[in-house]
Design a protein around this ligand. Structure first.
Ligand SMILES: [Zn+2]
Ligand SMILES: [Zn+2]
Length: 628
């Protein structure tokens, strides 16, 4: 089904937040009349205002400002737009009505803003005024394009969030102003949900959980944006890529492997050297003066593989897949945990298809995406179809090809019954695309995988296949990465599950906890049984321990293997349970005297608590069921 997306910039919420920024500025002006106001726009999560205070304010002051805002909101001030004929008249208004009687200097920033407005453009102000019960008049006038809500009484559900420094006009050579961040919502419930989710988000922050759970870390010695994957994180990558590879094999993909560096000539041919220039790491030169670059994307390599042999129409589609690690020189200020890194692994594939195969192949790709999302428990998502902006001529390729490709994308979504919306102008210059936007457990949007149709690269590399008519034809390329990257996907999944991954995905699935040293051999035998016998020596078994019965004889060949550890530390059982619960291990198996006597195990689930004693067969049945 096709849905339409209301643009935030045109929404009531956007106006409300803009008006909240004004209300905050009014409150600040009343408390600190000498404070100089600059700009105060709405932003995605609320609003801010950049203010030049004579004395720096503190976080504690936010409450004082909020209180004043409430008073001003309650005065029910109408918010009125006023237009002036020209910049001269606007200057007069600024000096007469926005300086709080502090003199011209107070209007410093507003006058500079006025300066930047093109001659001949309408200049507008927004006024809010009212008289309070004591007969005191409150007035606030701001140079502003608007739009706003009608009355300050609409601004009820707001909160000031934090203080930050911000250079005037974002330029470090300018004065640093104080930025006050706030947020506002139409209803109390929405505000409360937002604040609650914010708290929750802090707990789920993948950068913190990643370290606490031993998934990954960053090291200053390695360099910014270059994650080190610890054993548990590496296992997560392994599990995710095994799952996807398995699905791809079923769908006729073929795996390939390509190098991490290549001659610059490859990227000159592809055009990336121009279109991707600012994301490339510095070049390397060898002794023969050949220049190499770190791979920013896998496509040209896969193209070389396609082009390495003569293809007939019967060979198509060719689907080449690779978990390819790429390097992009992101600005250090833009690096953010696993969301933006400098080296990452894409679950990449390129499909080379005939025009008559485009629809079916696109559908196959989108269907795979659907299967992946279902398995990962990511149920809430939307698909954005990026099409041409017909008023713009920046697109390469024939119109009929574009029509075909845009139709294929929307038709694929329709046939699969998926929720999508069309976003004109969001296509790449070389073809239309489909972006996956996932809503996580806290309602936040994550831009994830993408599917792109490409007419450009086959053209640049003069790719061909021999058609039924024995003549050469040009294939169409589809780029696709359902996860986007393993890094980003693991970041999202860590926050989605707050680190408590489902059983199939958990790096350690089961921890076996002997209560005392004498229970360790039995615990180890149980662990061996759970992970498939590995026949290794167990240094954790001490000499005076009770020998383990031959549990391995009971192994059923159909039992899957589980990633299992034995917690044989000399700690109390309570401490071991707490630690493994904190590590979010899905199952703990507790071994005591009674278990050894009766040949059972004590089972404790992360999500359901103590499940009591079970036989190994019952335990295996339960685990197997949960895996599917
Ligand atoms: Zn404004
Ligand atoms: Zn590609």
């Amino acid at each position: 089904m096709q849905s339409t997306e209301e643009r935030y910039e045109e929404s009531y919420l956007y106006r409300l937040r803009h008006s909240a920024a004004h209300l905050m500025a009014q409150a600040v002006s009343e408390i600190w009349p000498e404070a100089k106001l600059s700009i105060g726009p709405p932003i995605e999560s609320g609003f801010y205002y950049d203010i030049d205070f004579a004395q720096p304010i503190k976080e504690d002051d936010l409450e004082k400002i909020e209180k004043k805002m409430r008073e001003l909101s309650n005065l029910k001030q109408p918010i009125v737009r006023r237009e002036v004929p020209d910049k001269g008249a606007a200057r007069d208004v600024i000096l007469a009505e926005t300086t709080n009687g502090q003199g011209e200097e107070n209007a410093l920033y507003k006058l500079q803003l006025l300066e930047a407005i093109p001659e001949g453009e309408t200049v507008s102000f927004y006024d809010q005024r009212a008289v309070d019960k004591q007969g005191k008049e409150h007035v606030f006038v701001d140079l502003c394009r608007g739009p706003h809500v009608e009355n300050t009484s609409e601004i009820k559900n707001f909160k000031l969030m934090s203080l930050a420094g911000a250079y005037w006009r974002g330029d470090v050579r300018n004065k640093q102003l104080t930025r006050i961040y706030g947020t506002a919502f139409a209803t109390k419930e929405e505000l409360e949900t937002y604040l609650h989710n914010l708290e929750e988000a802090k707990k789920r922050d993948h950068r913190i959980l990643g370290r606490e759970l031993g998934l990954f870390l960053f090291s200053a010695r390695v360099g910014p944006g270059l994650p080190l994957w610890l054993p548990k994180g590496a296992q997560l990558r392994e599990t995710l890529s095994d799952f996807l590879k398995n699905e791809q094999v079923k769908r006729g993909y073929q795996g390939v492997v390509t190098p991490n560096i290549a001659s610059i000539r490859l990227y000159e041919k592809s055009g990336h050297i121009l279109t991707f220039r600012e994301k490339l790491f510095p070049f390397m030169e060898d002794e023969e003066k050949e220049t190499f670059i770190l791979k920013p994307m896998n496509c040209p390599f896969h193209i070389e593989i396609y082009a390495s042999t003569l293809r007939s129409y019967r060979d198509l589609p060719v689907r080449l897949a690779e978990f390819g690690t790429v390097y992009r020189y992101e600005q250090s200020g833009e690096l953010a945990g696993m969301l933006r890194v400098r080296g990452f692994t894409q679950d990449d594939a390129h499909l080379f298809v005939r025009p008559d195969q485009l629809l079916e192949e696109f559908k196959g790709v989108v269907d795979l995406m659907r299967v992946v999302l279902e398995k990962l428990g990511l149920k809430s998502y939307r698909l954005r179809v990026g099409t041409r902006d017909l008023a713009n001529a920046k697109y390469i390729g024939h119109d009929e090809n574009w029509d075909l490709a845009e139709l294929a994308i929307t038709k694929a979504c329709q046939d699969l019954g998926l929720d999508y919306f069309v976003s004109p102008g969001d296509a790449a210059f070389y073809g239309p695309k489909l972006d996956l936007i996932i809503k996580d457990a806290l309602g936040r949007d994550w831009q994830m995988g993408t599917v792109q149709v490409d007419y450009n690269l086959p053209e640049r590399f003069e790719l061909e296949y021999i058609g039924e008519d024995s003549k050469p034809h040009r294939p169409i390329m589809i780029h696709r990465a359902p996860f986007g990257s393993l890094e980003r996907m693991i970041g999202l999944l860590t926050e989605q599950y707050a680190g408590a991954f489902p059983l199939w995905l958990s790096p350690v699935q089961i921890a076996v906890l002997p209560i005392a040293d004498r229970h360790t051999p039995y615990a180890c035998a149980v662990a061996d049984l759970l992970q498939g016998y590995v026949g290794r020596d167990r240094p954790e078994i001490s000499e005076d321990a009770i020998p383990a019965p031959d549990l391995l004889a009971s192994r059923d060949v159909s039992w899957p293997s589980f990633r299992t550890t034995v917690d044989s530390r000399r700690q109390s059982l309570g401490k071991k349970i707490r630690d493994n619960q904190a590590s979010k291990v899905p199952y703990m198996i507790i071994i005591g005297d009674k278990d050894i006597e009766e040949g059972t195990v004590g089972v404790r689930s992360r999500d359901e608590g103590d499940l009591g004693a079970m036989t190994m067969v019952d335990l295996m049945n339960r685990l197997q069921q949960e895996m599917n």
